[in-house]
Design a protein around this ligand. Sequence first.
Ligand SMILES: [Zn+2]
Ligand SMILES: [Zn+2]
Length: 330
Amino acid sequence: MANDVRQDAEAGRWNYRPEIPLSDPSVFSWPPDPRFLARWIAQNWLSLSERVMMVIVAVIAWALFYPGLDQAQNLAPGWILRTWLVNVGLMLVVAGGLHWYFWGAKRQGKALKFDHRDQTRDNGQFLFRDQVRDNMFWSLTSGVGQLTAFQVIIMWAMANGYAPVITLSDAPVWFILWLVLLPIWSAFHFYWVHRLLHVPFFYKRFHALHHRNINIGPWSGFAMHPGEHVLYLSSLLIHLIVASHPIHLIFHVIYQGPGAAMTHTGYENLLIRDKRRLALGTFYHQLHHRYFECNYGNQEMPWDRWFGTFHDGSEAATSRTRARKKQMYT
Ligand SMILES: [Zn+2]
Ligand SMILES: [Zn+2]
C-alpha cells in the first residue's frame, strides 16, 4: 500500500519529494499528546533551529544595530533611516546569502531540491524579464519599506506609552512565552490573510504577483504586491496591544521579512556533511506555489486539515486541488 502511494504520478513531477502523505505536526492536535509537545519544543526551541537563530539575530541586532526606544519618541529621520538600513542589510544577508548558497554557487546541488528547474530567466511575466531580479525588487522596495514603516510606528508607540512595554526582569516568564507564541500568532494571522488573498477579487489585484513564482527561491518569499505587504505585515500590529519588549518586535520583524526567504528556499534542509542541519523550506508551501488552491497555512496549524484544503503530496490530492481551482474560477 505504502509503495503504491509513493509511486503515483505526482512523484515524477518533483526532483525531491518527502515521504507522503505529509505528516500532521500540528500543536493543536486533540487530545494533546505530551510526548509530541515535548518533541516540538525540543525541535523548535532547544536546538539551533530557524527560530532560535532568529532570536539570536534579534538580540544582536537590538543590542548593536537598531536604534533604542529612547530615540524613538519623535518621528525624526535619523533613527528611521537607521532602522531601514538595518532591515535592508538583514534582507540582503539572509535572502542574498541563501540565494548565493543554493542557486548561485549551487553548494548543495540538487540534493533535497523540490523542483527540477532553475529560476526563470528571459520571461516577460517578471520585471526585468528575470525572476530573481524581479523578486529582489519587490522585497527591497515595498517589502523592506513597509516592514520598516510598521516597525517605526510600533517603536514610536512603545516609546510614548501608547503600546505596552515589558522588560526581561519585570516579566521573565511572559518574555519567554511570548517568543514561543509569536510564530504561532503569525501563522494564525497568515492563514486568514492568505485565505482572503485567494478570493478571486483580491487574488487578481494583489496576490497573483507572489504566485508568478511557481518554482520558488529565497527572494520569492517576501516578493509581494504592496497591497499584500500591508495585509501580511499587519501581523506586527499585535505589539500595540500585547505587552512586548523591543526584542519581541525585532524577532517578529525578522520572522515576517528575512524569515520569508528562509521558508522559500526551494530546498527542504541545509545539508552539512550529508546531515540535515537546518530545516528551511517545506514541501507543504512548495505545493501551494505549484497548485495554488491548497495548503494556505503552514504545517503546524490545523486549519487546512479542518477546512478540507490540505494537500498531502499525493496524486489524488492534486486532482482534488485542480477541481477546487476550476470551481473557484468559473
Ligand atoms: Zn509563498
Ligand atoms: Zn497563495
